[in-house]
Design a protein around this ligand. Structure first.
Ligand code: NAD
Length: 370
């Protein structure tokens, strides 16, 4: 008998539901053809949840997320919600999911599809064939460290304070993810900090080195300062395989690496949490882009980032590597065949809608699996 995997879909706002619909087609394709299928459930998040329940995420949806094998998240936000109090803003729904699922490792692949190498703002020969993984620590560091705040001094002037704090445990658990990723890729990890000017950076470097010597000496570890890494990413990105770094530096470096690929509609991401007592790692998969209110409802959204987020779920949460490869091959084939949504349109190519792109990727799945 089939023992299906439970997937919770949270489409959200704007183009979120549009790109999720196309991803559902891909999920259904696998559901019909594989021994182990999917039990799909759906919930409201962000503005859509606020409209109905006056909160960006209900406890009921949070429980569903806890009980799923993986969460697929679309996008949240939009101008209607811009003036809500901070605690009710759509983004709070995503932050609650990240916090309560303990999602400490954020994976952002930067892959340049050959068919789109011209879309990068860098020269084609610098980015062509690029495949790197930025791993950002997501729940620690300066965005969460105490003390923080804006304090008044005795002389009436003020200071703004944030604190970078990392513990051994926080560094080692994200380090383990980095080395595990590298072991399935090209075996190279760059650990990135500012050990030259920050004690927390020096500690990060020492702990990464210790972890490497204890468990991963069959791989390769390099240490790099964050400012140099930013420069190297645009100078010669091919030197990297996996980059592991702190919350703050990861925020910046992942945006630089996104720009190498040239199109927001193509970028998936994964956030992984701790492994529970049953050996299951909590996880959430989402496109890097937002709800794109400027194109929502017009059939212009590129669903590929969302579809590739599902392929990351297959790879990193459900351990279905061949199926993940198949989704990526189908996307590559659709692009090679000249199919383009408006955001990645090039002269001489065929402009298609969100729905057509979903359907065409399913057609390529058919072609590739005969
Ligand atoms: P955005 O990513 O929504 O859009 C930026 C630009 O990229 C827009 O021109 C948009 O049309 C285009 N774009 C984005 N995704 C696309 C796709 N799949 N296909 C084609 N074009 C695409 O960022 P923004 O405009 O700064 O933010 C819009 C809303 O989304 C805001 O409310 C913001 O807070 C929210 N947001 C949410 C998330 C999230 O849910 N994780 C992330 C970023 C922004």
């Amino acid at each position: 008998m089939k023992s299906n995997r439970k997937v919770l879909m949270l489409p959200g706002d704007g183009i979120g539901p549009e790109v999720m619909n196309e991803t559902k087609k891909v999920i259904n394709w696998f559901d019909k053809r594989r021994e182990v299928g999917f039990d799909l459930d759906e919930g409201l998040v962000g503005g859509a949840s606020y409209d109905k329940h006056k909160t960006p995420l209900t406890d009921e949806v949070m429980d569903k997320a806890f009980n799923s094998d993986g969460v697929l998240f679309g996008a949240v936000g939009g101008p209607t919600y811009d003036n809500l109090p901070f605690s009710e803003k759509p983004e709070r729904g995503l932050l609650r999911l990240r916090k309560e699922l303990g999602l400490f490792a954020n994976l952002r692949p930067a892959i340049v599809f050959d068919a789109l190498a011209d879309a990068s703002s860098l020269k084609k020969e610098i980015v062509s064939g690029l495949d790197i993984m930025i791993l950002r620590e997501l729940t620690g560091g300066i965005y969460f460290g105490e003390p923080r705040g804006i304090n008044e001094l005795p002389d009436g002037s003020k200071v703004g304070i944030n604190t970078e704090v990392y513990s051994t445990n926080e560094i080692r658990r994200v380090g383990d993810v980095a080395f595990e990723l590298a072991s399935k890729r090209r075996g190279l990890v760059h650990s990135v900090e500012k050990a030259n000017v920050m004690e927390s950076g020096l500690f990060w470097r020492q702990e990464m080195q210790k972890l490497y010597e204890e468990k991963y000496e069959d791989l390769k570890l390099e240490h790099m300062y964050a400012d140099n890494c930013a420069m190297q990413l645009v100078r010669d990105p091919h030197q990297f395989d996996v980059i592991v770094t702190t919350n703050l530096f990861g925020d910046l470096l992942s945006d630089i690496s996104a720009q190498l690929t040239g199109s927001l509609g193509m970028l998936p991401s994964a956030s992984l949490g701790i492994v529970n007592e049953y050996g299951i790692r909590k996880s959430l998969f989402e496109p890097v882009h937002g709800s794109a209110p400027d194109i929502s409802g017009q059939g212009k959204a590129n669903p590929i980032a969302m579809i590739l987020s599902f392929s990351m779920m297959l790879r990193y949460s459900l351990d279905r590597i061949e199926d993940a490869n198949l989704v990526e091959q189908a996307v590559t084939k659709a692009l090679e065949d000249g199919l383009r949504t408006a955001d990645i349109m090039q002269p001489g190519k065929t402009l298609i809608s969100t729905e057509q792109m979903g359907a065409e990727i399913c057609n390529r799945l058919d072609q590739l699996s005969v």
